[in-house]
Write a protein that binds this ligand. Structure first.
Ligand SMILES: C[S@@+](CC[C@H](N)C(=O)[O-])C[C@H]1O[C@@H](n2cnc3c(N)ncnc32)[C@H](O)[C@@H]1O
Length: 199
């Protein structure tokens, strides 16, 4: 099966998925994952004007020079609801974790190239990459979206609704290991055998 994702599929596929979701080397580490991510903290660097602007533009994740990033942004295809989500997320704690518009476009393109109908996301945050994937899936497609932070999921679910793709997304609010185990344990496992994307 053509599978993208963390620890699944051939090495080249894993590299591809990792490049699409991970910050570059030398990037500042995200906050401790044990803290809630969607509350704002006045002391956080992300609340400075520069950090917010960088997060809004996604430049931090790519480590690009501004002119190159401007060129990329002016050519990337970003759904208006994705743009709104990116802008809302910019002031939230952990916004540097969000994939960039170009990375999301790559994921969407991979969904289309693979003809994926079943995808799993491990770590939704506020839903930017999962929304991009859900938009790319056919009407019959389904995405299982695993996230442990309820506040983040509230944002994500609002944007799935706004984009008209909520019916394609099966949100699992739990530790991903438990959600994935229950997928394997229950009858859903048979439907998930044809998963073509884990990211
Ligand atoms: C890098 S962010 C995901 C960014 C997201 N793909 C986007 O484009 O906005 C990682 C997310 O994984 C969640 N997470 C981390 N460990 C988890 C686990 N064991 N189970 C479920 N969610 C987890 C975190 O709460 C965080 O929201």
């Amino acid at each position: 099966a053509a599978t993208l994702g963390l620890g699944v599929g051939p090495p080249q596929a894993r590299t591809l998925a990792s490049a699409a979701t991970s910050p570059p080397l030398g990037h500042r580490s995200p906050p401790c994952p044990r803290r809630r991510l969607c509350s704002s903290s006045p002391s956080s660097a992300a609340t400075t004007a520069l950090a917010v602007e960088e997060a809004r533009r996604g430049r931090k994740q790519l480590g690009m020079d501004p002119p190159l990033y401007d060129y990329l942004l002016s050519n990337v295809r970003e759904h208006p609801v994705l743009r709104d989500l990116r802008e809302e997320t910019a002031s939230m704690r952990g916004s540097q974790m969000q994939v960039s518009p170009a990375q999301a476009q790559l994921l969407a393109m991979l969904v289309q190239i693979l003809g994926a109908e079943r995808c799993i996301e491990v770590g939704v945050y506020t839903g930017y990459s999962s929304l991009a994937v859900a938009l790319a899936l056919p009407e019959s497609g389904r995405l299982v979206a695993c996230e442990r932070d309820e506040g983040c999921l509230e944002v994500a679910k609002r944007y799935y609704q706004l984009a008209g793709v909520a019916h394609k997304v099966d949100v699992k609010h739990a530790l991903a290991v438990d959600s994935l185990r229950s997928l394997l344990d229950c009858s859903e496992a048979s439907r998930q055998e044809n998963v073509r994307g884990i990211f």
